[in-house]
Write a protein that binds this ligand. Structure first.
Ligand code: CDP
Ligand code: CDP
Length: 219
């Protein structure tokens, strides 16, 4: 039987990466973080001082590789052989990622890559447009979300643990700005697919959500 494509979409800090990775481990599926690809293009633009609107050639030629980490380990992201796992997670790259992600040519190049990576099934892919654009026929579509304050609290805790010096109000404001840009762009705005199940994750543990979703997948 064909192994499924599971599409998980939602705003920043909803828990997509954590849930998708654990769900993939549990199912023996491959985990794919599409946001990391937009972040890689943003890092290239930042380093090359390229305006976001001109980032399409960067996306078309970027050599992005995911290192299949061991179970429970964070996935490594390699850009032209360099380990950029940490470098792509800074607040600066987050903002720039949502700017390059609004450029149709950037999206076209990365969507092609994502479709090729997921073509064989047996993947959990997370992002903003996986269930609406990348895999509109995914067997399971999930829209994961939480209140803005809860999402910002999670992201703040993550940045603090990493030693980034930033205050909560800044995290909340930057998140609001990014959500707004992701939801209002013309190409593939963030929205739930009509046939997605929506899960509000406020007050829910990661384990609870993973168990609920695993129960919906026939492996
Ligand atoms: O990928 P996305 O931005 O949607 O979120 P994430 O990076 O998976 O989650 C952001 C943070 O929230 C992580 O540190 C998670 O461990 C935490 N989280 C949580 O505490 N409770 C949840 N139900 C989901 C995520
Ligand atoms: O982890 P977090 O939710 O903060 O962000 P991410 O998933 O790493 O994505 C970073 C940015 O890439 C988002 O703000 C979106 O603008 C963009 N993105 C997108 O447009 N489409 C996707 N499928 C994934 C990410």
């Amino acid at each position: 039987m064909r192994r499924w494509v599971v599409a998980i979409d939602g705003p920043a800090g909803a828990g997509k990466s954590t849930v998708a990775r654990l769900l993939a481990d549990r199912l023996g599926y491959i985990y794919l973080d599409s946001g990391a690809m937009y972040r890689c293009v943003a890092l290239l633009a930042l380093r090359g001082a390229v305006e976001p609107e001109l980032a399409t050639p960067l996306a078309e030629t970027a050599e992005i590789l995911f290192d299949p980490a061991g179970i429970g380990e964070p996935q490594k992201v390699l850009l032209a052989g360099e380990d950029v796992t940490r470098a792509i997670r800074t607040p600066e790259v987050s903002q720039l990622a949502s700017k390059v992600a609004a450029v149709p040519g950037v999206r076209a190049a990365l969507v092609r890559l994502q479709q090729a990576l997921g073509a064989g099934g047996g993947v959990v892919m997370e992002g903003r447009d996986i269930g609406t654009v990348v895999f509109p026929h995914a067997e399971l579509k999930v829209f994961l979300t939480a209140s803005p304050e809860e999402r910002a609290r999670r992201r703040f805790a993550e940045l603090e643990a990493r030693g980034e010096i930033i205050d909560f109000e800044t995290v909340l404001a930057e998140q609001r700005e990014r959500d707004e840009r992701d939801q209002t762009r013309e190409t593939s705005p963030l929205k739930a697919a009509a046939d997605a199940i929506t899960l509000l994750t406020d007050g829910r543990t990661i384990e609870e959500i993973v168990v609920e979703l695993a129960g919906k997948v026939m492996s």
